[in-house]
Design a protein around this ligand. Structure first.
Ligand code: DCS
Length: 526
C-alpha cells in the first residue's frame, strides 16, 4: 500500500518536472533524491554531505565567530547549568565589535526617531511631546514624508528609500567631504557586509580574478572572496611602522599575482583599520588612489570606522574626497565606499543598516549592480532610517543637540581611554608589543610565544596563537580571536582584542589577563 503511494508520488514529481523543465536546474533523478523523496525512502544515506556541498562554502572561514566562540558558548551553558564549574563566573566577549552587547547604550535621538517612525500613530498624541524631543518628532515626520504611503512595513526601492539616500548624500557625505554626492550612487544595505558581498559577486568571475587585500585583514573579505570563488592577493601592512601601507609592497604583490595569470580587479583598503587600528595619512591615501588609477583597479574603501578616531592629530578622510581633491572625477577612478550603523559611536550592529557609495562605474554596470540589489528586494527599513540618521545627526540649535553631543563624545572619549588602558596593559606583558589603536575598535598585539608553547600547540594540532587564546578562555572566561584568523606575517603570532568592555570592567579584565599571561609564560618558558 505504502509502496503504491510512493510510486504514485514519484510519477507525480516526474510529470511536475517535465512541466517545469525550463525552470529546473537539477536532473529528475537528483530531484528524486531530494529531501521530499528522502522522507519516502527507507535509506539512511544523507542527501547532502560535506563531500557534496559547494566546496567554496567549505573553504570560507570567519574567525570572529569561529571555533573559539562556539567553545565560549559551551562554557557559558556550563556556567548556567552548574555555577562554579569554571574558574570564572562570566564569559567576556572581546572577540567581536558589538558594543551594545557589552553594555554601550544607544544614542537617544536615534532611538527616539526610530520609535516614532515605527509607530507613527503616537506622533499626533499630546503625551508624545512630553516624552520625545521636538527635533526627534520633527525628524520622524520628515522621514515618514519621504516614505511612500508612510508605510515602514512595505518593501522600498531596491537601492533604498530615495529621500533617505538624498539626506545621506547631501547632509551626510557632501557636507563631510566638501564634494558633491549623488543620491543615485547610494545603495542602502543591511549593514556593510552584504554590500561587500555584492561587489565581490560583481567583480569575481573565476579563481583567476584576484582582489588585493591587506594582511592582517577583517575576515569578511577573505570569506567573501572564497565564497565567490576568487583569489585573495595579499599585501602586508608593516607592523614596525604602526601598520603602515607600503605602496612598494602593493606593486610587488600585484606583479607577482599577474605573473601567475591572475587578473587583479580591486584593492581593499580598511581605514581606520580592522584589526590593526591605524588611520591612514592623507599622503598614503593619495598614493593608493594613484596606484588604483594607474593599474585600473576598483578601490573598495571600507570606511565603517570613520567616526572611531582616538589619536590626536589624526582625522578621517574618505578616499572619494581625496580623489576629488587630486582632480580625479567619476570618469577617472572607480571607488566604492562602505559605511555601517554598526560601528562609530552608535554601535547599532543588530539594526543592520549601512550603505555603499558607488562612483566611477558606467551606467550599464550600475544597472547590473541595481539588478543584484533588487534580487534581495530591499534592505530593512529601520536600518535604512538609522543609516540616514547617523549620517545626518542633530545640528547646533536643535533641541537634542547638546544631549546628543554629550552622549557621542562620552562614548568616543571612553573608547579612547579603554584603548589606551589595554594598549598599556599589553605592552607591560612579557614578550608582547602592541601598537596604538589610532582608530576602530581593536588592538592587535604581537606575542612572542616560547618554543615550548609552539610545540605544545602542535602536539594538539592547534595553531600556536589559537592555543594561547583557548587557554586564556578556559582560565579567565575572556574571549579574543587568534591573529591567524586575520592573516599575519608567517612565523609571527598575534591576538585581536576589542576595546569594548565597559570601563568599570577594565581593571578586572587587565588583571585576569596579566595573571594568565604570566602563568602561561612560566609554564612554557624555554
Ligand atoms: N567592515 C569592517 C572593517 C568591519 O569591521 C565590519 C564588522 C564590517 C565591515 C561589517 O559590519 P556590518 O555588516 O555590521 O556593517 N566588524 C566585525 C568585527 O571585526 N567584529 O565585529 C564584526
Amino acid at each position: 500500500m505504502r509502496r503504491l503511494a510512493a510510486d504514485r508520488a514519484k510519477r507525480l514529481i516526474r510529470s511536475f518536472l517535465a512541466a517545469q523543465s525550463s525552470l529546473s536546474v537539477s536532473s529528475p533523478s537528483s530531484f528524486l533524491s531530494s529531501p521530499a523523496s528522502a522522507a519516502m525512502s527507507t535509506s539512511s544515506t544523507p542527501t547532502v554531505s560535506l563531500a557534496s556541498i559547494n566546496p567554496k562554502v567549505l573553504k570560507c572561514e570567519y574567525a570572529v565567530r569561529g571555533e573559539i566562540v562556539t567553545h565560549a558558548q559551551r562554557l557559558q551553558e556550563d556556567l548556567k547549568a552548574k555555577p562554579g564549574s569554571h574558574p570564572f563566573d562570566e564569559i567576556l566577549y572581546c572577540n567581536i565589535g558589538n558594543p551594545q552587547s557589552l553594555g554601550q547604550q544607544p544614542i537617544t535621538f536615534f532611538r527616539e526617531v526610530l520609535a516614532l517612525c515605527e509607530h507613527p500613530s503616537i506622533l499626533d498624541r499630546d503625551e508624545t511631546h512630553g516624552l520625545f524631543s521636538a527635533d526627534a518628532i520633527a525628524r520622524a515626520w520628515e522621514i515618514l514624508d519621504v516614505i511612500p504611503g508612510r508605510a515602514t512595513g512595505a518593501y522600498s526601492h531596491s537601492q533604498g528609500i530615495k529621500g533617505l539616500r538624498e539626506a545621506i548624500a547631501a547632509a551626510g557625505i557632501a557636507s563631510r567631504d566638501g564634494y558633491p554626492c549623488n543620491s543615485d550612487d547610494i545603495f542602502l544595505t543591511d549593514g556593510a557586509s552584504p554590500a561587500v558581498h555584492m561587489m565581490m559577486q560583481l567583480l569575481i568571475r573565476s579563481e583567476k580574478d584576484g582582489i588585493l587585500c591587506p594582511i592582517p585583514q577583517y575576515p569578511l573579505y577573505s570569506a567573501s572572496i572564497a565564497l565567490h570563488g576568487g583569489s585573495l592577493v595579499p599585501y602586508y601592512l608593516d607592523e614596525e611602522t604602526g601598520w603602515g601601507l607600503e605602496i612598494s609592497d602593493l606593486k610587488k604583490q600585484l606583479e607577482d599575482a599577474r605573473s601567475k595569470g591572475i587578473t587583479v580587479r580591486a584593492l581593499v583598503v580598511i581605514n581606520p583599520g580592522n584589526p590593526t587600528g591605524q588611520v591612514l595619512a592623507e599622503e598614503n591615501q593619495r598614493q593608493i588612489i594613484e596606484f588604483c588609477k594607474e593599474e585600473s583597479l576598483v578601490l573598495l574603501a571600507d570606511e565603517v570606522y570613520q567616526e572611531n578616531i582616538y589619536a590626536g592629530g589624526k582625522e578621517f578622510n574618505s578616499h572619494k574626497k581625496i580623489a576629488r581633491s587630486m582632480g580625479y572625477g567619476d570618469k577617472d577612478i572607480s571607488i566604492v565606499s562602505f559605511q555601517s550603523v554598526s560601528k562609530g559611536y552608535y554601535g547599532e550592529c543588530g539594526k543592520r543598516g549601512g550603505y555603499m557609495e558607488v562612483t566611477g562605474f558606467s551606467a550599464d554596470v550600475r544597472e547590473q549592480i541595481y539588478k543584484v540589489a533588487s534580487v534581495n528586494l530591499c534592505s530593512n527599513i529601520s536600518g535604512q532610517i538609522l543609516a540616514s540618521l547617523v549620517m545626518n545627526p542633530p545640528k547646533p540649535g536643535d533641541e537634542s543637540y547638546d544631549s546628543f553631543t554629550a552622549e557621542r563624545d562620552g562614548i568616543l572619549s571612553s573608547l579612547a581611554r579603554r584603548a589606551k588602558a589595554l594598549e598599556d596593559a599589553f605592552n607591560s606583558l612579557e614578550g608582547v608589543t602592541c601598537n596604538k589603536a589610532e582608530g576602530a575598535m581593536y588592538l592587535f598585539p604581537r606575542i612572542r610565544l616560547p618554543t615550548k608553547a609552539i610545540e605544545a600547540a602542535k602536539a594538539v594540532n592547534s595553531v600556536p596563537d589559537a592555543f594561547y587564546v583557548r587557554r586564556l578562555l578556559e582560565t579567565t572566561g575572556i574571549v579574543i580571536v587568534p591573529g591567524s584568523g586575520f592573516g599575519q606575517v608567517p612565523g609571527t603570532w598575534h591576538i585581536r582584542c576589542t576595546i569594548l568592555p565597559q570601563e568599570d570592567k577594565m581593571p578586572a579584565i587587565v588583571s585576569r589577563f596579566k595573571a594568565f599571561h604570566e602563568s602561561f609564560m612560566e609554564e612554557f618558558r624555554d
